[in-house]
Design a protein around this ligand. Sequence first.
Ligand code: FAD
Length: 543
Amino acid sequence: MSNTPESTSKQQHPDALDAIIIGAGFAGLYSVHNLRDKLGLRVKAFEGGGDVGGTWYWNRYPGARCDIESHHYSYSFSEELQQEWSWSERFPAQPEILRYLNHVADRFDLRKDIQLNTRIISAQFDEKSCQWVVETDDGCTHRARFFISGAGVLSTPSMPNIKGLDSFAGETYLTAHWPEEKVDFSGKRVGVIGTGASGIQVITEIAKEAGHLTVFQRTPNYAAPIRNRPMDAEIERQIKENYAQIREDSRNSFLGIPYPGTLPSAMEVSAEKRRERYEEAYAAGGFQLFAGTFADLITNQESNDTAAEFLREKIRERVNDPVTAEMLTPKTHAYATKRPPLETGYYETYNRDNVTLVDVLDTPIEEVTAQGIRVGDTMHELDVIVFATGFDAMTGPLLSINPKSEQVSLTEHWADGPRTHLGLTVHGLPNFFTITGPQSPAVLYNMPLAIEDHIDWLSDCIAYMGENGYTRVEATAEAEKNWGELTAEFAKPTLFDKTDSWYMGANIPGKPRVFLVFVSGAQEYRRICAEEVAQGYPGFKLN
Ligand SMILES: Cc1cc2nc3c(=O)[nH]c(=O)nc-3n(C[C@H](O)[C@H](O)[C@H](O)COP(=O)(O)OP(=O)(O)OC[C@H]3O[C@@H](n4cnc5c(N)ncnc54)[C@H](O)[C@@H]3O)c2cc1C
């Protein structure tokens, strides 16, 4: 390894690694492969969970499924992998994605450089040795030149602060940390708190099995059909023949999923034409309605209203009881300003005799007791409570580690919201990279591709450092300031900040209310990142 940063180090600790990686999800796995097998670095990933898979290891709840088509929601870095792996469904369920990630770990021999059941609890940059000193919860300390976060965007679950939570005498489950063994709901009185994307999936499945299901809903959502189906052999053949073009089109689309034919504005077509587009998208499934109809749904309130009203009509058509239908109909936020959930039979679930919907916005949950959940004066007696209460998104996993240098501690640096350059680096924290970090497209970009783009970028940066004799890379204060202004400017014309969502950090008490995502689309983001490289990294200090 003659041209890597290690060879130019003067004070390398004898046991030091080249890179320490957080996590073994999509990001951690590809980081190990890329840095080890392409750059020849000595790397180690630490994963808090008992196996690889990240999101798909933890979120094993009934109904857990990806909402991006399988051939898009997968790695593109290896043509052999793309050709040999077959997806059984249009939208794969959690067990299949977990099998896929295990296959990737085995196929590329990644496990030997991953330490499972080990959480990173702190990280400090040591100026003298130019190394990160990383502490793990098994009491060990590790050193590496580079510290790379694949800690995930939705990996720190959020639990509501409800009086009496610990007093419940029945079983409790969190969708985001679901047990491996099957949970038996048959004949039981089950309560689900939360109706976001995971809530919608788990409610639909539990209702089929429970004696009675009570859903506690704060904010109704605009869910649209996913239209899942088994993978068709001919479609699979066409996909495999055209993977290169598919990936190219994906990376040049807004959301990382190519939807040709998106029109500029819902306001520029007749009401009939608009209705036709919405009906087609609703019938096609997936994110077609959000990303494949009109480009101005998240920037133009009038356009957004037309999509929102279309979905409200669908809810009223599908739910028999008008009072329940009204409760399920979102009225206070614009469509897609919360992540739009996808469903199969969610609304029909409320037509079942064994399902009750309880509004907890106007009358919040008072307390949890040994018997169940009290809302106002009504006691809902339960055997099981399922929490589908979301995540401390994007910043949560990084702030819990709180990486520090002599100049900067991340919790202080981000006290008023994240500050980054490219959503990938932080001023004052040298040689630290945040894969799909805040202020990158992350959750508004098909995530396996977003992850690959970031790892390819940081890997090229590390190679460049080696070739040019640099050992330290750090975003400049000016670049960080400019990036913050640019991401805020891009977010300004959108409707996102009108809604209290996890995109805005608004689901976590005390979290700064700022938009956490780069919103100008994958194509624009990739152009900016490529320009940074082409111009010789002007936003960075290299030495
Ligand atoms: C239910 C659900 C459905 C989703 N569906 C989609 C979808 O359809 N399309 C899409 O694009 N995205 C989806 N996502 C987002 C999903 O998180 C990403 O697609 C992707 O899996 C992220 O991979 P990752 O490796 O970056 O992070 P993760 O998969 O979250 O992995 C991060 C890993 O890091 C570990 N970790 C974190 N902190 C530490 C620490 N301090 N020490 C040690 N280990 C640590 C965690 O245990 C975790 O295993 C979904 C998320 C959820 C929760």
